[in-house]
Structure formats: structure tokens, C-alpha cells
Design a protein around this ligand. Sequence first.
Ligand code: NAP
Length: 288
Amino acid sequence: MAKVSFIGLGVMGYPMARHLKAKGHEVTVYNRTGAKAEKWVSENGGRAAATPREAAEGQDIVFACVGNDDDLRQVTLGPDGAFSALQAGAIFVDHTTASAEVARELHGAAKDRNAAFIDAPVSGGQAGAENGVLTVMCGGDAGAYAKVEPVIMSFARGCRLMGPAGAGQLTKMINQICIAGLVQALSEGIHFGKRAGLDIEAVLDVISKGAAGSWQMENRGKTMNQNKFDFGFAVDWMRKDLSIVLTEARKNGASLPVTALVDQFYAEVQAKGGNRWDTSSLISRLER
Ligand code: NAP
């Protein structure tokens, strides 16, 4: 069993840390809003630290799941950041969806301290975190990865090293590219079906078993038809992710015309107050 800490007890981090504790690891938690860390400890045991630095002291593995690049830099390199306390041989595992650039930067900064950094964004949403069945895509050194993989599997059903530092974040970008265009296509299909006067539930039942079937159709199709958009992954987070994707595409020359367009469609959803709606709310701009 490992001595670990978890920084960032949000929608994702809170249940992920719980799974680590349930598997028998010794868990210290840190959350910027201290009350959440106290609540976590009262429910799960373990210990709450006052700063990321204190959370990292003496740990084998330090996990984090915060918002974006700036938040990640703050909890690692900022005043009272975790990196100032990383012991030699420790491994920092970051589950934030962030840029490949910050992953490479922190990989270097960890190395300077004789520690390691693994970028490890996740897919599977709030339900995946609650049920401990996330998919984790990693970047970093093979030796450090081999040590953390069995611990990550406390809250995942799949975990894979995709390449050097940043490769996990690049893989997550592909995940988001694939979702963006697909959700727009699903929105257009449902919108068209309504205008055509068809029974949408019946349509989805039939076509989801054929070549048009997808996770989004299976899990979100019916609720999109009912204008229900309260299922976790928020439009604000998606726009953050698509901004990371489009910045990377400008660097590597990839052509992403549909992704760029869908990003603008999500901006329209934000403009009508849908910041916290989930990503399936893309259909709402067609149903006006
Ligand atoms: P969330 O509920 O908003 O939680 C964010 C956590 O990060 C909170 O604990 C917050 O602390 C902490 N935090 C943010 N900025 C910080 C800073 N500057 N310093 C210290 N702590 C900070 O977000 P989430 O849904 O768990 O998502 C976390 C990450 O996972 C994001 O990168 C997101 O894109 C990614 N992700 C989310 C999902 C999903 O379905 N939600 C799925 C896959 C990936 P406070 O409590 O003090 O605010």
C-alpha cells in the first residue's frame, strides 16, 4: 500500500480520493476550500493538509485534479506549492485536463527535484469517478508509470502509457475532438427527426443498434430529446478543453474545421446561460 495525497476534491477528485482510501492506501487530502477537505476526512478518515506543500510532504505519490493550466501551476510551483516538498523518488500524477505544454514543463520541474511527473487526464465523467471506472491516458517515463499504474487502477477500469510527457494530454485532446463533432451530429439528427414528426425515442432505439450508434446516442439521446442537460461535464469545461485543442492544432498544423465550429456553437450555448449545462446541451441552439 502506498502513502498518497490528493489535491483538488471537486466533482472528480472527491470520489477518486475515496476509492484510493477504500483500496487501503494511506490518504492525505488538500482542497482550496478547506470545508470540503474536512467533510471528506469526516466521511472517509485519513488526514487533511493545510497547503499543497504540506500535502506532498513525505508522500510516495501526489495526485491532483484541479481546473486548468493556471490552477495546476499554482498548486505545484506556486507559493506553498506541492513541488517544493516532493521527496526524491516521489511521483506527481496529474488528472487535470490541461495542455501538453504544462505537462512537459512540470515533467522537467519534477525531474530537477529527482521526482517524476505523469500527465494522466481522465475520461468517464462524474459517474465514472463515482463508480471507479475511469479511463486514464498517461504521458511520462515508463519506470514512474509502472509504479503508479496499480494505484491509479483503484479508480479506473483502464490505464495506459501513451508516450512521453504530454502524450496523455494529447490523447485526451483527441477524445474531445471526437466528442465535439459527434454531439453536433446527434443534435442535428434529433432536431431533424422532430421537424419530420417522428417518434424520436423509437428512432434512437432503432438506429442506436446500427452504424450510427455511439456512447452519446446511448446515454444522452433520449435526454437531449427532453431538453434535460444536467449530466455532469459542463459546457464551460468543454470550451476550456477545446481551447487547449485548437491551440495545439495551431502548433502541429492539424486541420480541425468542425471542432472550431462546434467550439463557437458552445459559445452560443454559454451566451444563453448554459455554462453549467452538460455538453449535450448543444442541441438547445437548434431548438429555438
Ligand atoms: P470542479 O468540481 O470544479 O473541481 C475543481 C477542483 O479544483 C476543486 O477542488 C477546486 O477547489 C480545485 N481548484 C481549482 N482551482 C484551484 C486553484 N487555483 N488552487 C487550488 N485548488 C483549485 O471540477 P471537476 O469537474 O472535478 O474537474 C476537474 C478537472 O477534471 C478539470 O480539468 C476537468 O476538465 C477534468 N474533467 C472533468 C470531468 C467531469 O465530468 N467533471 C470529466 C473529465 C475530466 P475549490 O473546491 O476550492 O474550488
